[in-house]
Design a protein around this ligand. Structure first.
Ligand SMILES: Nc1nc2c(ncn2[C@@H]2O[C@H](COP(=O)(O)OP(=O)(O)OP(=O)(O)O)[C@@H](O)[C@H]2O)c(=O)[nH]1
Ligand SMILES: [Mg+2]
Length: 310
C-alpha cells in the first residue's frame, strides 16, 4: 500500500512516536496491543518479558501514532539485562511523547525512581504519567500512591488507567493525539508493526515458554527461527530452536518424554496460525548455549543487537 501524500491527508493531520516506558511488568505491552487491536508484543505475568524495542502502529482518520514498546527498565544483573536497559534508554531519542507507566496498585520502587531520573536527565519529550492497574488499586491507598508517583517528576498530564479492563484508554488516546505534532503517515495505514513475521513467530514461541516454565528457566530462554517456509498456499513450515543456558534446563524444557516442549509447541502453533491466518507445521528443537545471557557474542548470535542511536 502506498503512503498518502500530505495533500491527500485531512488538514491538521497529526503523527508521531510515542515511547512507552516503565519498569518490568507494569503493562506496557498490554496497552500497546490494546491500542493496535492485535497482539504485536508478547505479554506475561512474569517480569522482563519484552527484550527488544518494537513498534505498534495505530492509524486513525486524524492521526497516526507509532507506539514504541520498550523493555522494562530495571537494575541489570547480566549482559542481557544491560542490553535491555540500553535499548529502552535509546528509545528515548527522537520521540514526540513519553508515557511513563507505573503499577499504581503498588507504591513506587527504586526502579520507578531510576526511570524518573532518566527522564529528568534526557528530557526527551513531554511526559504523561500513566497510573496503570487501577483495577487492582485498593481505594484506601489511592491518594498515597497517586501522590507518591506524582512526586517522582514533572508530568504534563497524569491519569489512572486499566490497560486490561479499558478504563480511561480512550481518554489517554485523546491526550496522546493532543501532544502530537502535525505530520504525515510514516507507515501504510494497514501496517500494525515494524517487526517481521519470522521474528514475531519466535516471540510467540517464547511467550509460551514463559507460560509453561517456572523460576529462572523462562528467563534463560531465547528462541531463534531457523526456517520459515511457505510450503503451500495454506501451510507454513517453521523450524525453531529454544536455547537455554544449562543442560539441566534443557531437561526441564523437554519434560518427561518431551511433553513440556510439546505443550509449548502446540500452544505456540495456534498463536502463529492466528497471526498468519494459515496452518502452520512447527518443529521445535532445544539446545544449550552456555550462560548466553552473560556472553556478548552469544547475545549477538541470538539476535540481541542494539538498535542504532538515532
Ligand atoms: N489487573 C491488571 N493487570 C494488568 C493490567 N495491565 C497489564 N496487566 C497484566 O500485567 C502483566 C504484565 O503485562 P505486560 O504487558 O507484559 O507488562 P510489560 O510492562 O510489557 O512488562 P515487560 O515487558 O516485562 O517490561 C500481565 O499479566 C498483564 O495481563 C491492568 O491494567 N490491570
Ligand atoms: Mg512488555
Amino acid at each position: 500500500m502506498e503512503l498518502p501524500t500530505l495533500e491527500e491527508l485531512p488538514e491538521g493531520y497529526r503523527s508521531g512516536f510515542v515511547a512507552v516506558l516503565g519498569k518490568p511488568n507494569v503493562g506496557k505491552s498490554t496497552l500497546i496491543n490494546a491500542f493496535v487491536g492485535q497482539k504485536i508484543a508478547i505479554i506475561s505475568p512474569k517480569p522482563q518479558t519484552t527484550r527488544r524495542r518494537l513498534r505498534g502502529i495505530l492509524t486513525l482518520p486524524q492521526a497516526q501514532i507509532i507506539f514504541v514498546d520498550t523493555p522494562g527498565i530495571h537494575f541489570p544483573k547480566h549482559k542481557l539485562g544491560e542490553y535491555m536497559v540500553e535499548t529502552a534508554t535509546r528509545a528515548l531519542k527522537g520521540i514526540d511523547l513519553a508515557l511513563f507507566m507505573v503499577d499504581v496498585s503498588q507504591p513506587p520502587t527504586g526502579e520507578d525512581e531510576e526511570i524518573a531520573r532518566l527522564l529528568r536527565e534526557y528530557r526527551p519529550a513531554p511526559v504523561i504519567l500513566v497510573l496503570n492497574k487501577v483495577d487492582l488499586l485498593r481505594p484506601e491507598r489511592e491518594e498515597a500512591h497517586r501522590e507518591a508517583y506524582l512526586a517522582l517528576g514533572e508530568f504534563r498530564e497524569w491519569l489512572f488507567l486499566s490497560a486490561t479492563r479499558g478504563d480511561n484508554r480512550e481518554r489517554l488516546l485523546e491526550l496522546i493525539i493532543e501532544y502530537l505534532p502535525l505530520g504525515p503517515q510514516y507507515y501504510p495505514p494497514d501496517q500494525v508493526t515494524d517487526q517481521e513475521v519470522r521474528f514475531m513467530a519466535a516471540e510467540l514461541i517464547r511467550e509460551q515458554a514463559l507460560e509453561f516454565l517456572h523460576q529462572e528457566v523462562p528467563h534463560s530462554v531465547a528462541v531463534v527461527v531457523e526456517e520459515f517456509q511457505e510450503r503451500r498456499e495454506d501451510l507454513t513450515y517453521i523450524s525453531a530452536t529454544i536455547y537455554v543456558e544449562k543442560k539441566s534446563q534443557k531437561g526441564i524444557v523437554l519434560g518427561q518424554g518431551g511433553k513440556t516442549v510439546k505443550r509449548i509447541g502446540t500452544a505456540a502453533r495456534k498463536e502463529i496460525e492466528a497471526l498468519l491466518g494459515k496452518r502452520v507445521y512447527l518443529e521445535l528443537w532445544v539446545k544449550v548455549s552456555k550462560k548466553w545471557r552473560r556472553d556478548e557474542g552469544a547475545l549477538r548470535r541470538l539476535g540481541y543487537v542494539l538498535p542504532k542511536k538515532k
